[in-house]
Design a binder for this molecule. Structure first.
Ligand code: ADP
Length: 447
């Protein structure tokens, strides 16, 4: 480690050549090593401006934040990289430390467990001890009215009644049609299916960029069907203790079976269903095997009336065993919305608000690459501004097109382009079975 004179010389050198990235990174790392946390933070920030996606710099900045107990800032710095499939496991450990600092023990446990299962060398005994100290609190799903029964599995997932139907999902006609045939028709018109010798069953794997509406669609499918809805997040299943994750998974399936007809939705399923060859730890492989066993059911009627949907941003990580008949035998791409779909999403998001005449197409035009989640953020932002105006005026001031346009100005879309670039790497040379046909037009240059 440098002494203070060396550090001073390094600072001077960095001041003289501010665009020298390796030099700035080195200075930042030295400052961090010596515990000059605020200075390290400032240097990492400056370096990040030169190389916005640099993993080492992001990790350094996040560590500087964590050590200053700025856990939220650390998570914000890590977020873009954590959203990228296959992110470096050490970032997961940093995120776990930050999450623990925020009191999110369940999520922290998941991040840690996931990181160490991919690379055991990042294990951190001290952190592990802190993670397993108190029982992990569970993550609650979005606040949607619960079913009267109020059923819940020991892992934390709960039974909901969805207040959405397909009418609340803008665009995506092809996706809705695929789900209708797969999920709804066999239940709504069983005679027709029986006549053709087809049996209801098997799950659907929804994949696409983050925020494109996979969860919304699954919830709407439950509402459309009049079925209960169980939204299973990773933190509901993954547990630090060997064997507990399998138990949580079994309890979740059992809960869905008790509440049939039920749509059982697994978000971020790639972590539960990853290729077993990618897993270094035997107990993670056991979880995958347990998941396969639950999907198959102990007998052919075990999962009758339970429709399993799953979502992933990284379908290429899923073990092929999950794609066999009766499991996730249908892959459905949930695409980023085009201009017409964005206008339709905006219309849906604004429909209960006091509105002047709106030109949603104009807003759709300036929000290229925005996905549903981005558009929701935009509308929330415009509503907040309008609320303040209304409070000042003492009456509701209706929202208008310029309000949405203004809200759009400061916003950047999440990473659809990056997602498609990653998808291109994975699937372009691996589409022999035609599994990625729906995705092909998108990765071959539509964006
Ligand atoms: P994902 O599960 O793909 O990450 P979400 O389903 O969480 O994305 O989408 C985030 C939010 O964006 C939803 O809660 C919903 O409000 C909105 N949204 C996304 N797609 C649509 C759509 N097609 N129609 C209406 N709202 C949508």
């Amino acid at each position: 480690m440098l002494d203070d004179a060396g550090l001073k010389a390094l600072r001077e050198a960095a001041r003289l050549s501010p665009d020298n990235l390796p030099l700035r990174r080195h200075l930042a790392e030295q400052l961090l090593a010596k515990g000059y946390l605020a200075d390290a933070e400032a240097e990492f920030r400056a370096a990040l401006l030169l190389a916005p996606k640099d993993v080492d710099i992001t990790a350094g900045l996040a560590e500087a934040f964590v050590r200053q107990s700025a856990h939220g800032a650390a998570l914000a710095a890590l977020e873009p990289l954590l959203a990228t499939p296959g992110y470096p496991p050490r970032l997961g450990v940093l995120a776990a430390r930050a999450l623990l600092g925020e009191g999110e023990t369940g999520k922290a446990g998941y991040r840690y467990h996931e990181a160490v299962s991919r690379d055991p060398s990042v294990a951190d005994a001290e952190l592990e001890g802190r993670l397993s100290a108190p029982p992990a609190p569970t993550i609650q799903p979005e606040p949607v009215p619960a079913a009267p029964a109020g059923d819940s599995a020991q892992g934390g997932a709960e039974v909901e009644r969805s207040q959405f139907t397909f009418a609340d999902v803008a665009g995506m006609e092809a996706v809705k049609e695929a789900l209708r045939v797969k999920l709804l028709l066999p239940i709504q018109q069983p005679e027709l299916f029986a006549a053709y010798g087809k049996r209801a069953g098997g799950g659907v794997l929804l994949y696409g960029p983050p925020g494109a509406g996979k969860t919304h669609l699954a919830r709407a499918a439950a509402g459309e069907l009049g079925a209960s809805f169980v939204n299973v997040g990773l933190a509901d299943i993954l547990d630090m203790y060997v064997g507990s994750s399998e138990r949580n998974l079994r309890a979740t399936f059992d809960m869905a079976r008790r509440n049939r007809p039920c749509v059982l939705f697994f978000d971020e399923v790639d972590a539960l269903a990853a290729r077993r060859s990618d897993m270094r730890q035997a107990h993670t492989r056991q979880l995958v095997n347990q998941f396969l066993a639950e999907l198959d059911g102990v007998d052919p009627t075990a999962n009758e009336g339970v429709l399993v949907l799953a979502a992933t941003n990284a379908p290429w990580y899923i073990d092929v065993a999950f794609r066999r008949p009766g499991r996730f035998d249908q892959l459905v791409f949930v695409p980023p919305p085009d201009a017409a779909a964005r206008a339709a999403i905006l219309r849906i998001l604004c429909r209960d608000k006091p509105l002047a005449e709106m030109d949603f197409d104009a807003v759709a035009k300036v929000t290229e690459q925005f996905v549903g989640a981005d558009l929701k953020g935009l509308v929330d932002r415009a509503v907040e501004a309008k609320l303040q105006q209304s409070l000042a005026a003492g009456r509701p001031v209706p929202m208008s097109t310029p309000d949405l346009l203004a809200a759009a100005q400061g916003l950047r879309p999440t990473s659809v382009r990056e997602w498609l670039a990653t998808a291109r790497n994975y699937v372009l040379h691996a589409n022999e079975s035609g599994a990625w046909d729906e995705l092909m037009p998108w990765i071959k240059g539509k964006w």
